[in-house]
Design a protein around this ligand. Structure first.
Ligand SMILES: NC(=O)c1ccc[n+]([C@@H]2O[C@H](COP(=O)([O-])OP(=O)(O)OC[C@H]3O[C@@H](n4cnc5c(N)ncnc54)[C@H](O)[C@@H]3O)[C@@H](O)[C@H]2O)c1
Length: 363
């Protein structure tokens, strides 16, 4: 039976790798000792015939590019459209079997310079997708972000149940987080009150090829500066840290999620690993890699070494950063995901080595 998958933002960084996940075979997984429900989900997913899928990519190409999905294979359909076009979104959702909603305005520069556009894309666009998924009873996998946790100022490992510590909404920098919080609130309310089938994924600093530094993403910016022999600019003292996760790890989990719908996982089972209890529908999951932890100083130094660059690493004071990016700029000190909940669903799937990935990207 053929299946049609709608991926909004499918020409972007994560979206285009998700398209690839559907048109390429999955890696083999160790199934031994797995909870039977999860094993069954893996097996059904592994047994999928890629040729039975049609992937509909909907993207307005604002930050994404058609090159990311080129050459376009026979089972991929691309439409240049905007998620704020409710009528178009509704038709696309009606025709699909399920939807991944990744389209959003992202990147520090983009967010600070195009506030109104960002807010309408991230809130109005998402509400359109949510309403149509409810109307046509389609499963929705919704992209959220670790940004919604804000900045507690402490070195915290963030759990899905933590309260956000966000700044003043008058400060431009926070509006992206508030827009994604609005998305989560909408999705959760539509789930609780009206039965929307949704899974919310909070991504933590996803990295990999195709990510562009153009809109302020730190890793591609450092790599391109190092390769060009230009100075690598670290904000503040560089002691702030991030946890990077390979996009390959993210898309594999996104690909498997739909197969877990309706399963009730229980902590009371015969299996030895700790298991989160519940049905993934209506739930929020951190998606990240705790082992991908690094300070920004270490990141800059490693990238300079791995690109064999002579670039100078310069520390820019936050006053100067604000002069360039606007007074709304705020840097987060530390951000690490607790991934116990998602790891309970996918206990046998390892995370790729982040140092290895960054070294490869430096070649
Ligand atoms: N990359 C990360 O580290 C990260 C972290 C947290 C959350 N996220 C979330 O993951 C999703 C994908 O992010 P990404 O890193 O791939 O970014 P990206 O910019 O590469 O992808 C976003 C895509 O959405 C498209 N888009 C933007 N506005 C649109 C609109 N109005 N209508 C239709 N398409 C539109 C863009 O052209 C682009 O192709 C986003 O929802 C983002 O908030 C990403």
């Amino acid at each position: 039976m053929s299946k049609r998958i709608l991926i909004t933002g499918g020409c972007g960084f994560i979206g285009s790798w998700l398209v690839d996940r559907f048109i390429n075979p999955l890696p083999p997984l160790t199934l031994q000792g797995l909870n039977p429900q999860i094993k069954d989900a893996y097996q059904r997913c592994l047994g999928d015939d890629a040729s039975e899928y049609t992937i509909h990519v909907l993207d307005n190409l604002s930050t994404g590019t058609i090159k990311n999905i080129s050459p376009i294979s026979d089972n991929v359909i691309f439409t240049q459209a905007d998620v704020r076009d409710a009528e178009f979104v509704d038709k696309a959702v009606e025709q699909c079997d399920m939807c991944y909603h990744l389209a959003a305005s992202v990147g520090v520069q983009n967010i600070l310079n195009n506030q109104v556009d960002m807010l309408s894309t991230n809130i109005e666009g998402t509400e359109n997708v949510i309403k149509s998924c409810l109307k046509h009873n389609k499963l929705l996998i919704l992209a959220s972000t670790s940004e919604i946790y804000g900045d507690s100022g402490k070195n915290d490992i963030l759990v899905e149940t933590d309260d956000p510590c966000l700044g003043n909404p008058q400060v431009a920098r926070w509006s992206y987080a508030y827009s994604k919080i609005a998305d989560e609130c909408l999705a959760s309310a539509y789930h609780r009150e009206l039965g929307l089938r949704v899974i919310i994924c909070r991504f933590f600093n996803t990295i990999g090829p195709r990510q562009t530094g153009e809109y302020g993403m730190v890793l591609p910016k450092f790599i391109s500066s190092a390769k060009a022999g230009e100075q690598i600019t670290v904000f503040g003292d560089g002691k702030q840290s991030r946890c990077f996760c390979d996009v390959d790890d993210v898309t594999l989990r996104l690909r498997l999620f739909p197969y877990l719908e309706g399963h009730k996982f229980s902590t009371e089972n015969e299996f030895s690993y700790p298991c989160w209890s519940g049905d993934p529908i209506g739930e929020v999951f951190n998606v990240g890699n705790i082992k991908g932890y690094t300070t920004i100083n270490d990141l800059a130094q490693n990238i300079r070494a791995w690109t064999k660059s002579d670039s100078v690493i310069v520390h820019m004071k936050y006053d100067e950063v604000k002069r360039i990016y606007g007074a709304g700029f705020v840097d987060i000190k530390d951000r690490r995901p607790n991934t116990n909940k998602i790891d309970s669903l996918f206990p046998q799937i390892p995370y790729n080595n982040i140092k290895h990935l960054i070294k490869e990207m430096c070649k």
